[in-house]
Design a protein around this ligand. Structure first.
Ligand SMILES: Cc1ncc(C[n+]2csc(CCOP(=O)(O)OP(=O)(O)O)c2C)c(N)n1
Length: 605
C-alpha cells in the first residue's frame, strides 16, 4: 500500500508517494540530485520552487533569493565552477534578464551539474507576454527538458543534473503554469550524494575571450549531435502505438490533453524539445498516415519536422497563442476532421467561469501615491508589480509599462524626446528597483535628466506573494540580514533631492510630490509604508461613512480601495459610498481625501 502524506518527512521511504505541486516536485528533484547551491528571483509561476527548496536543511543546501535572474544564474554558474551541483529558477521573462550569462555559459558548459528551471506562462495568467523558452534553448543550444506531469518534473530535474555533467552543458527544465501549479501524486526518492569536484583551472574552457570561444562553438555542435541521440531514448522519447492512420508528436502537458482526447492515436511523446531526435521523428512520421504535432505556443517541433521534409499538421489546427487544454485540442482535431464535433447538448453544458478583475488590496499603500499623481497631472512611466494595477480604473494613473526596471529609463527617453507637455515621473516598486532600477537611476543622474522617480517601498515583493529582498532585511529562511537603504543608494549615485514620505499621510505626500516634480533634475521620492500583507501592517480601527453628511462627491472612490463600495443612498442623483468593515484596515487615506469629514473610525458611533 502506498502512503499518502500531506507533510514532507525528512527521510522518505521507498514507496513514499506525496501530493506535490509541479514546482514542489522540481524542488524535490533538485534536492534528490544532491544540489548544493540554489538561487532564484521570484516570478509567477516559478516562485514556489525556491520556497520549497528553502524547507530543506540549511546544512544540506544553500538557498537564497537573488536580486535578479542574471545574478541568480551567475551564482549557480559560480557554484558549478566550484564543483558542486547548482540550480536556479525563474519565470520565462526572467530568462531574458539572465540571457547574457546563459549565452556564454553554454560555451563553457558545466563542471558541477548546472540546471535552470524556467516556467513559461501560456495564456498570460500573470506575465507581460507568453514567450516560449524552447526557442531560447535552441538559440543557446542548451538541452531543454519538458516534463508532462509532476512525477516527470521530479525525475527530469534529477536527470537534468546527470545530463548536465555528462554532456558538459547547462540544462533547462521547462515548466508551464499548468504543470507548476497542479498538484498530483508523486513518488519521491532519497537525496543522492553528488560528488564535489575540485575547481579546474582551464582558461581555454572557462574564460570566454574570442580565441577560446571560437574553439568552443564547434564543441557545441558536437554536443548537439550527441544529445540528439540521447533524446531518442527513454525516458526522453516514448512511442505509444495505436491507430496507424493518425500519429501525434507531442510534449509537456499537451501530451496529457492528447491522451485524454484521442487515446487511440499513435503517439510519440517527447521529453526533450531541444535538440530533437531527428531519426526517431522521421521513423515515427513514416509509420503513420497522417501526422499531427500538438505543442503549446510556438511550432518548435513542427518547424523541425518541416525542415526534415516531412508532411505535418500543427498550428494550422491548434492555436499559437494562449494555453492549450483538452477542449482546445479537441476543437483542433474536430476542425482537422479527425474527431466528430461533440453533441450539441454537451456544448450547452460548458460554463464559462466569471473572471474577477484584479484589484489592489484594501488599504494598499500604493493607492494614495497614484491618486496624488493623477491630481498633479503628470506623465507616468510605470513598472511591473502590484502597483501596475494603478493603470486601470479607477486610478488610471500609469501611461506606460514595459518590463521590470524599464520605468526610469523610459522616463529618461520621454524627457529626452523634448515633447513632454507634462512633468515626467517614473514609478517603481522596491523589489523592482533593486532588480533593474539602479543602473537607469545612475544614467538619469549621469546625464542630468529632469525627471521624478518614486520608489514604492512596501518592504516586500508583493506581486509574487510576499518574498523578501535586500530591502526587507531578511533572507528566504527568515534570517536577519543587511537591509538596503534607498536614500543611501540614491545619494551614493549622485541624486541630490531625495525625500521619504509615508503614503498614508496624504497631505504631506501630495506636497512632497509637487515639490519633486517642480525640482529641476533628478528627484527621488521614497513612499515608505509596509504592504498590507506584511507582518508589520497597520491594524487600525475600520472606518465608516456618515451617510447623512456624505455629499456623494466620490473623491474616496478614486482611490480604488475595494473596502469602499456603493451605498443604496443617493445625493442629488449620485451614489453615496459605504465602507465594508471586514475589509477596511483603517489606513485613513479615504478619510483624508473626504471634503466633508464624513469618514470616521467605526467606534465613534
Ligand atoms: C524579469 C521578471 N522577473 C520577475 C517578474 C515577476 N515580478 C513581477 S513584478 C515583481 C516584483 C514586484 O515587487 P515590487 O517591485 O516590490 O512591487 P510590489 O508588487 O511589492 O508592489 C516580480 C518579481 C517579472 N515580471 N519579470
Amino acid at each position: 500500500m502506498h502512503k499518502v502524506q500531506t507533510q514532507a518527512p525528512e527521510t522518505p521511504g521507498r514507496d513514499d508517494i506525496r501530493p506535490l505541486m509541479g514546482n514542489e516536485a522540481i524542488a524535490r528533484g533538485a534536492w534528490e540530485a544532491g544540489v548544493k547551491v540554489a538561487s532564484a528571483y521570484p516570478g509567477t509561476p516559478s516562485t514556489e520552487i525556491l520556497e520549497s527548496l528553502a524547507r530543506y536543511p540549511a546544512e544540506e543546501i544553500s538557498v537564497e533569493w537573488a536580486v535578479n535572474e542574471k545574478v541568480a544564474l551567475d551564482i549557480a554558474i559560480g557554484a558549478s565552477f566550484a564543483g558542486v551541483r547548482a540550480f536556479c529558477a525563474m519565470k520565462h521573462v526572467g530568462l531574458n534578464v539572465a540571457a547574457d550569462a546563459l549565452m556564454s555559459q553554454t560555451y563553457i558548459g558545466a563542471h558541477g551539474g548546472l540546471v535552470i528551471t524556467v516556467c513559461d506562462d501560456p495564456g498570460i495568467h500573470s506575465s507581460q507576454n507568453e514567450q516560449d523558452t524552447r526557442l531560447f534553448a535552441r538559440l543557446a543550444m542548451v538541452p531543454c527538458l519538458e516534463p508532462s506531469d509532476a512525477q516527470e518534473a521530479l525525475e527530469f530535474t534529477r536527470l537534468a543534473f546527470e545530463l548536465s555533467e555528462e554532456f558538459d552543458t547547462p540544462v533547462i527544465v521547462r515548466s508551464t503554469t499548468r504543470l507548476s501549479h497542479t498538484r498530483s501524486a508523486v513518488r519521491v526518492g532519497e537525496r543522492g550524494s553528488a560528488p564535489r569536484k575540485a575547481f579546474v583551472h582551464d582558461p581555454a574552457k572557462s574564460v570566454m575571450i574570442p580565441s577560446h570561444a571560437r574553439a568552443r562553438h564547434g564543441r557545441l555542435l558536437e554536443r548537439e549531435a550527441r544529445l540528439r541521440e540521447r533524446f531518442a531514448q527513454a525516458p526522453f522519447a516514448r512511442i505509444e502505438r495505436g491507430r496507424k492512420d493518425i500519429g501525434v508528436i507531442t510534449t509537456s502537458v499537451a501530451y496529457t490533453y492528447v491522451k485524454e482526447v484521442l487515446p487511440e492515436a499513435s503517439v510519440l511523446k517527447l521529453g526533450a524539445s531541444w535538440p530533437l531526435p531527428e531519426a526517431l521523428l522521421k521513423e515515427f512520421a513514416e509509420s503513420v498516415e497522417r501526422l499531427f504535432v500538438v505543442e503549446e505556443l510556438e511550432p518548435v517541433i513542427e518547424d523541425e519536422l518541416r525542415k526534415l521534409g516531412l508532411r505535418v499538421e500543427g498550428k494550422v489546427w491548434f492555436p499559437r497563442t494562449g494555453e492549450l487544454s483538452p477542449e482546445v485540442v479537441r476543437d483542433g482535431l474536430v476542425a482537422a476532421g479527425v474527431l466528430e464535433p461533440p453533441p450539441a447538448e454537451e456544448e450547452a453544458l460548458e460554463i464559462e467561469p466569471l473572471v474577477r478583475p484584479p484589484v489592489l488590496c484594501a488599504g494598499c499603500p500604493h493607492m494614495s501615491t497614484y491618486n496624488a499623481l493623477r491630481y498633479l497631472d503628470v506623465r507616468v512611466a510605470g513598472d511591473i508589480g502590484c502597483y501596475t494595477l494603478a493603470a486601470i480604473e479607477p486610478l488610471r494613473a500609469i501611461d506606460t509599462c514595459v518590463s521590470m526596471g524599464s520605468s526610469i529609463a523610459n522616463a529618461i527617453g520621454m524627457a529626452r524626446a523634448g515633447t513632454a507637455e507634462k512633468p515626467i515621473v517614473a514609478t517603481i516598486g522596491d523589489s523592482t528597483f533593486l532588480h533593474a532600477g539602479i543602473p537607469p537611476l545612475i544614467d538619469a543622474v549621469y546625464n542630468d535628466v529632469n525627471i521624478t522617480v518614486i520608489i514604492l517601498d512596501n518592504s516586500i515583493t508583493a506581486m509574487t506573494g510576499g518574498q523578501h529582498h535586500p530591502g526587507t532585511g531578511h533572507g528566504i529562511r527568515g534570517n536577519k540580514t543587511h537591509k538596503v537603504e534607498y536614500e543611501d543608494i540614491c545619494r551614493a549615485v549622485g541624486v541630490k533631492w531625495v525625500r521619504t514620505v509615508d503614503p498614508y499621510e496624504y497631505g504631506t505626500l501630495l506636497k512632497t510630490l509637487r515639490e519633486a516634480v517642480e525640482y529641476k533634475g533628478v528627484a527621488v521620492v521614497i513612499a515608505d509604508r509596509p504592504c498590507v500583507i506584511d507582518p508589520v501592517k497597520i491594524t487600525g480601527e475600520p472606518l465608516r461613512i456618515d451617510s447623512a453628511s456624505c455629499i456623494a462627491c466620490q473623491a474616496c472612490m478614486n482611490l480604488g480601495c475595494p473596502a469602499l463600495t456603493w451605498s443604496d443612498e443617493w445625493h442629488e442623483g449620485h451614489h453615496k459610498v459605504k465602507i465594508e468593515p471586514s475589509l477596511c484596515i483603517g489606513c485613513t487615506v479615504c478619510a483624508q481625501v473626504c471634503p466633508t469629514a464624513s469618514i470616521q473610525p467605526e467606534r465613534t458611533e
